[in-house]
Design a protein around this ligand. Structure first.
Ligand SMILES: Cc1cc2nc3c(=O)[nH]c(=O)nc-3n(C[C@H](O)[C@H](O)[C@H](O)COP(=O)(O)OP(=O)(O)OC[C@H]3O[C@@H](n4cnc5c(N)ncnc54)[C@H](O)[C@@H]3O)c2cc1C
Length: 503
């Protein structure tokens, strides 16, 4: 075939899945090495109306990178990493993993700068984190990936290569009327109406991000690859705080950890850049893992606690850090915890072990679900990703617990309490439990949308949460998104059926 496209065979079986563990099918696969090659391939696929599923590192959990026929375009050969012009930014090829970007930035800046959003999965690619507007624990202090995307190089569905810097191309109200020179200096004309819905002002990665007079670059961020292929991204970097310490506090009773986080958030000068929550189910799962791994882990959890909160605390110097830790200890005591049992990590080694503990939660859930799937192939991980406006998290957790306990399901609740955004993972033991869980999630999507929250705060919609997006924005808005996509991708080849059904 043309353009190094090869027929799909079982040798590439891993490319039929992402971390949602949903599995698809494909007719062809290609591993392009340059923007020009991608442009040729997309031109050809647009002419022939062949759907193209773009893949970064396939760590997405929404099924966005899972193909359902057509061509898989794996970007794994698009490496390349260099400093931006002013040495305060970094330019990465689509496939460069976040871990490599962090290492490079550390070296390049003498550990003075960093890329703050840290999606827990550091193998995620530069292109993938832009397409999903990923975020992580530090989004509490710094915002999501969107805030750090300075420039994108994009190949459109019809093979035009565009350079989109921040601050250059803007909508007028809710209309795009732009002329952008492509790689060869030819004008790419863009005339489109932007959807009329209001994006909620919570942490959000659900559907196209729309604002009056918006910057065009923001349309590509979080569009899950449906509007163009991101071949290169330039990220701005932030100065690294001189001190970042980790602190984990444990609470004996349910609700105390949540009250602690809520109260601490309202205190000026807390210095926290992340606030992560673990419920009793998460702690139980981690204790089991600890037992199974018999002393080989970098952490050792105490028993008998119902909740824990992991903070990353920053300060300019030791004196400021001491003041901040004192404030936090006071808050722990006020909520019913014992500051004497809190773990504090000042050195980078013990700090890394705290981060490993945080990462171990979704990993332990994934392992458990994979085990159950062996005897019940119809199940996959059921993970919620909803955020709510400030002040609603306590009632939202109560709603989660009540519904899941009544249904007799096994679950864990953990994540970004600082952003009022927690993940509920149901560990289904059979297909019936899986379906019961799915139904419950749909009810939550309705409730959270009514509150002004988002049905997907960071993972994106992919192919698994389209129904939730419909609940959040309604049919009319989905139609408006489809119409907008048609302007960028008239044949609907890119990320077909991601976010919404193409037809
Ligand atoms: C254990 C674990 C923890 C996680 N924790 C977090 C977390 O804390 N926060 C968070 O936000 N996410 C998290 N994720 C989800 C995942 O890591 C992110 O969604 C990430 O952004 C996906 O990047 P990727 O390179 O793997 O993209 P993929 O999974 O390959 O693709 C994701 C989507 O983007 C599209 N795409 C990818 N690259 C491009 C490109 N260059 N051009 C056009 N389209 C493209 C794909 O078609 C797909 O729709 C976690 C995942 C795991 C497994």
């Amino acid at each position: 075939m043309r353009n190094n496209i090869i027929p799909f065979s079982c040798e590439y079986a891993l490319h039929l899945m992402d971390e949602s563990k949903k599995s698809g099918e494909a007719d062809y696969i290609v591993f392009p090495r340059s923007s020009e090659e991608i442009a040729e391939i997309l031109k050809y696929c647009s002419e022939k109306e062949i759907p193209v599923t773009v893949q970064g590192s396939r760590t997405g959990v929404g099924g966005g990178a899972v193909p359902f026929g057509g061509l898989v375009m794996s970007l794994e050969k698009l490496k390349g990493l260099q400093a931006g012009k002013d040495d305060r930014s970094v330019i990465a090829g689509a496939a460069v993993p976040l871990s490599e970007i962090s290492r490079y930035v550390r070296r390049m800046s003498g550990d003075r700068l960093f890329l703050p959003p840290d999606p827990t999965e550091t193998t995620a690619s530069a292109g993938g984190v832009v397409c999903c507007n990923s975020s992580g624990a530090r989004t509490f202090g710094y915002g999501a990936m969107r805030e750090f995307v300075k420039r994108l190089r994009v190949v459109t569905a019809e093979g035009r290569i565009l350079d989109i810097p921040r601050g250059k191309y803007f909508a007028g109200g809710r209309k795009l009327d732009l002329s952008i020179p492509d790689e060869n200096g030819r004008a790419f004309t863009l005339k489109a109406a932007l959807p009329s819905y209001t994006v909620p002002s919570v942490k959000n990665a659900a559907g196209y991000w729309i604002r009056e007079d918006m910057d065009l670059i923001d349309l590509f961020i979080g569009a899950e690859g449906t509007l163009g292929v991101i071949v290169e991204a330039e990220f701005s970097l932030a100065p690294k705080p001189p001190l970042i310490w980790g602190l984990i506090s444990f609470f004996p009773e349910e609700g105390q950890g949540v009250s602690f986080a809520e109260s601490l958030k309202s205190q000026p000068g807390h210095g926290c850049i992340s606030m992560e929550y673990f419920d009793s189910g998460s702690l139980g799962l981690l204790l089991q893992k600890q037992e199974e791994m018999k002393g080989t882990l970098s952490w050792h959890l105490p028993e008998g606690f119902a909740e824990a909160v992991f903070l990353e605390v920053t300060a300019e110097d030791k004196r400021e850090m001491t003041e901040r830790i004192r404030l936090i200890e006071k808050e722990i005591r006020k909520a019913g915890g014992d500051p004497g049992r809190a773990w504090i990590a000042g050195s980078s080694r013990s700090f890394e072990s705290f981060k490993e503990l945080r990462h171990a939660t979704p990993e332990a859930v994934n392992a458990r679900v994979a085990e159950n799937k062996k005897s019940h192939p119809g199940i996959t991980k059921l993970g919620s990703d909803m955020s709510v406006p400030e002040g609603f998290i306590t009632d939202t957790i109560k709603m989660y617990r009540k519904d899941l306990d009544e249904a007799g399901l096994q679950y864990v609740i953990f994540g970004h309490i600082g952003n009022d955004h927690l993940h509920v993972n149901v560990i289904s033991r059979n297909e019936e439990e899986y379906l019961r869980g799915k139904e419950i999630y749909e009810g939550w999507a309705r409730r959270v949308s009514e509150l002004g929250g988002s049905v997907s705060a960071e993972h994106g919609v992919g192919k698994l949460k389209r129904e939730f997006l419909r609940i959040m924005y309604g049919e009319k808005s989905i139609g408006e998104m489809r119409k907008l996509k048609k302007v960028f991708d008239p044949k609907g080849i890119l990320g077909r059926d991601n976010i919404f059904l193409w037809k």
